[in-house]
Design a protein around this ligand. Structure first.
Ligand SMILES: [Zn+2]
Length: 384
């Protein structure tokens, strides 16, 4: 539709030149649409319409968002310049007009004339909640507050305009991926509420035909279904293993970061994939601080001074969490040590890993034992 967008941009430019921004727009724009206001203090915006989908952002009480679609109690909203799903439970309908940006790129300003400061840009097809107008300018919700755009470039989108697709992604038709989980459920749809139709095994190869949120539609031996994208790696190879069968923990990922060099972060697949699952669960609960992982083992395993253990990829050192949202070292005696967050993190370790030993010196945390030196990190050992 290149021709269409060129001609509408040309028209918009011509209007701007002729009218110079002095058009007398009607006091309340007659625009079609639907909007919601956030009623919760903080509300997750997700990749898809269920809590199983990854969180992409957080909106907050009082913010108004244009609505693109509603489905099963979930609402697809415009969130700044992105689209995402939020639970309708924490949204109430707002009677405001919705405009659709018709210019290729539209300046957003702090006031109703070009003399005001530029605060951002919107692009063609994006939606805005219009709160009012002044002359030819519309007052819109933008970020945490309000801003202004010229009304000539805001239309009603037309009733036949199909709603934009959520987070359009390149179609990875047929790209081969390999299963990393020891067992992976393939389901009829992209959520854990869909029925399991097949169980895939580590090393199975599948082709991915499309993705939605954290899910991939795959074809495996003639059958198609959906699996969690977490347990797929692109290509035909599993991550390289060292001679001891260990794999390397990346420097950072969802919900975690590391504070030791790469050569010190080799672990058994159970340990590494478990740490990554813990990170993802941790990230669903908070953005900062992330889990901070230190020494695991060396590439081939073996002696790892100054540690007595850390020889098999089945031991990991992890920092306690700070209470002030920052990351870095902290000891249990310090004021910004968070017992609650650290206890939650250790609980996740017990949930996700076959823990056989937990060394840590905060005696108020259950399921751990004292060991000299473990006041500024806990040491988790899993079954070999
Ligand atoms: Zn250790």
């Amino acid at each position: 539709m290149l021709g269409h967008s060129l001609s509408s941009m040309g028209r918009a430019l011509m209007v701007a030149v002729i009218a110079g921004g002095t058009i007398a727009a009607s006091a309340s724009p007659a625009l079609a649409g639907d909007a919601v206001e956030v009623t919760a203090s903080r509300l997750y915006v997700r990749d898809g319409g269920s809590t199983g989908f990854q969180r992409m952002a957080i909106t907050s009480r009082g913010r108004i968002h244009p609505v693109l679609r509603r489905s099963g109690g979930w609402v697809l909203i415009q969130f700044d310049q992105r689209l995402g799903w939020s639970s309708g439970q924490y949204l109430r309908n707002r009677d405001v007009s919705i405009g659709v940006i018709s210019a290729g790129a539209l300046n957003v300003r702090s006031g109703p004339s070009t003399r005001y400061r530029l605060v951002g840009r919107l692009t063609q097809g994006q939606r805005v909640a219009v709160l009012g107008s002044s002359g030819a300018w519309y007052r819109i919700t933008f970020g945490d507050g309000e801003a202004w755009v010229h009304g000539d470039y805001v239309g009603n989108g037309g009733t036949s305009t199909p709603p934009p697709q959520p987070r359009p992604q390149p179609q990875p038709t047929g790209v081969v991926h390999t299963v990393t989980a020891s067992a992976l459920n393939m389901r009829t749809g992209p959520s854990t509420s869909n029925a399991v139709i097949r169980r895939l095994m580590r090393g199975n190869q599948v082709s991915v035909t499309r993705t939605s949120g954290g899910w991939s539609e795959v074809v495996h031996q003639g059958r198609s279904g959906w699996v969690s994208s977490r347990y797929l790696v692109r290509g035909t190879q599993l991550p390289p293993r060292s001679s001891g069968g260990l794999i390397n923990l990346p420097a950072s990922g969802a919900g975690f970061t590391t504070y030791q060099s790469s050569y010190r972060r080799w672990g058994s697949p159970t340990m590494i994939y478990g740490l990554q699952r813990i990170g993802r669960r941790w990230a669903q609960e908070r953005t900062r601080p992330r889990m901070q992982v230190g020494d695991i083992s060396k590439e081939g395993g073996g002696q790892f001074p100054p540690h007595a253990s850390h020889r098999y990829g089945t031991d990991a050192d992890v920092r306690p969490a700070r209470s002030n949202g920052t990351e870095g070292p902290v000891s249990i005696g310090q004021s910004y040590y968070s017992r609650n967050l650290t206890k939650r993190l250790i609980d996740l370790f017990y949930d996700e890993l076959p823990i056989t030993l937990m060394l840590f010196n905060d005696s108020s945390i259950p399921r751990r034992q004292y060991a000299s030196g473990h006041h500024n990190h806990f040491h988790a050992r899993i079954r070999r």
